[in-house]
Design a protein around this ligand. Structure first.
Ligand code: TRP
Ligand code: SF4
Length: 327
């Protein structure tokens, strides 16, 4: 018996970087072993913040699917699909929007933060305000009970639960209130030590050519107080060390910790060792990426099959919803 019905989505906002891989994908890959998993590309959500430029969405969808598959999401174990291929999400979104108070959406902290922080885009649309209602539909249409997300998504999950409760109360229905699954995997910093992000220009991409990748690792910021080779270092403030903790063995990590503090290892050597480890871990992903890039038909087929499978469940739940509403 599979333990939980797990569902999550990701916006196709371009190439994936190691931060996405370590933060979300690694967790999904683990979850698919023991649970019934649905993972989808949230292409409609991507339009909400980017409606003026939709021409790259198709390409971004395929790139994201390639990255997912290359990293180890397995279409045999998980249902992998594209949101817009399962139009039931949109119908449920419409129905849920009828019962969702605008005040719930306006007080959503993620919404308020984005409205004040993102100045270069027009976010004053109906679709953007309703973003979490679409997200609720994504989740509720599968009666998913667990949703792996980052902390930034918790308000959306809470809203999903509130909407489900309200719907069940109004129509005596049985939508499932989903619980968030938070990862214990540490956040990966970017090359400059800040959070790894496309917009900070500090990301290491799975699609980086080998020489670019090598240079980024070699230039990872280290303990800034360690100026000379003979200066004793502090791994706790070193970005390269965070990478070691993810890519090197526990023994290596504690050895490096000691050597760094005693200045018996230099940063250049330390990062060379890191690079070897990272290449070992990432080489199979690169190889699989290459293979998939030259067989995009296979990738589309996987998404097509996944979407058909997802649609079967989604249309059953939608039927139930309509019956509950007597429409
Ligand atoms: N909003 C999510 C994000 O930006 C993506 C998403 C859309 C999602 N629908 C979802 C995540 C449903 C979990 C469940 O990361
Ligand atoms: Fe960081 Fe390694 Fe340099 Fe220590 S030796 S500061 S852990 S790169």
């Amino acid at each position: 018996m599979k333990k939980l019905r797990v569902l999550s989505g990701m916006q196709p906002s371009g190439r994936m970087h190691l931060g996405n891989l370590i933060g979300a994908l690694q967790n999904w890959i683990k979850l698919q072993e023991e649970n019934e998993c649905f993972f989808f590309v949230a292409d409609w959500h991507a339009i909400s913040t980017n409606y003026e430029n939709t021409k790259d969405i198709k390409e971004n969808i395929i790139q994201m699917l390639i990255d997912w598959l290359a990293c180890g999401l397995d279409p045999v174990k998980s249902t992998l699909f594209i949101q817009s291929k399962v139009e039931e999400h949109a119908i449920l979104h419409l129905l849920l929007s009828m019962i969702t108070p605008v005040s719930w959406l306006e007080r959503n902290p993620t919404y308020k933060e984005q409205i004040t922080q993102i100045k270069n885009k027009d976010l004053s649309t109906y679709g953007f305000l309703g973003y979490p209602v679409l997200q609720s539909a994504d989740i509720l249409i599968y009666k998913a009970n667990a949703v792996p997300v980052g902390i930034d998504q918790l308000p959306h999950l809470e809203l999903t639960r509130e909407i489900a409760r309200r719907f069940n109360f109004l129509y005596n229905a049985k939508l499932v209130e989903p619980a968030p699954l938070l990862t214990d995997i540490p956040k990966l910093p970017g090359t400059d030590g800040r959070k790894m992000s496309k917009s900070y220009n500090n990301a290491i991409y799975l699609s980086d050519p080998v020489d670019v990748f090598e240079n980024k690792v070699k230039n990872l910021i280290t303990d800034p107080a360690r100026v000379r080779r003979t200066d004793k270092g502090n791994p706790d403030v070193c970005t390269a060390f965070v990478f070691h903790k993810i890519y090197s063995s526990a023994d290596d990590v504690s050895q490096i910790d000691k050597d760094c503090r005693a200045a018996t290892i230099g940063c250049t050597d330390c990062k060379k060792r890191l690079l070897e480890r990272m290449k070992m871990a990432i080489k199979p992903i690169w190889e699989k990426r290459e293979a998939l890039l030259s067989d995009t038909k296979k990738v589309f087929d996987i998404a097509e099959q996944g979407s058909i499978k997802a649609k079967r469940i989604a249309s059953d739940v939608l039927k139930e919803v309509k019956e509950a509403m007597r429409i």
